[in-house]
Design a protein around this ligand. Structure first.
Ligand SMILES: [Zn+2]
Length: 50
C-alpha cells in the first residue's frame, strides 16, 4: 500500500534542536535545500514567479 504524501526528494529539513545554516552559520530549526546545501530562510533564494 502506498502512502507517499511527501515527495521523494525533500526540499527542507527540520531539526528541533536547531542546526547550522551552511551559508551563514546561523542556528535555525528549519533549513531549505539550495544547491545541495541546507540553508536558513534568510539565505534561501526564494523563487518568485508572477
Ligand atoms: Zn543562513
Amino acid at each position: 500500500m502506498s502512502d507517499d504524501t511527501e515527495p521523494a526528494e525533500t526540499t527542507h529539513a527540520f531539526d528541533a534542536d536547531g542546526s547550522e545554516c551552511e551559508a551563514c552559520g546561523a542556528t535555525v530549526e528549519r533549513r531549505w535545500r539550495q544547491d545541495g546545501d541546507l540553508v536558513c530562510p534568510d539565505c534561501k533564494r526564494w523563487t518568485v514567479t508572477g
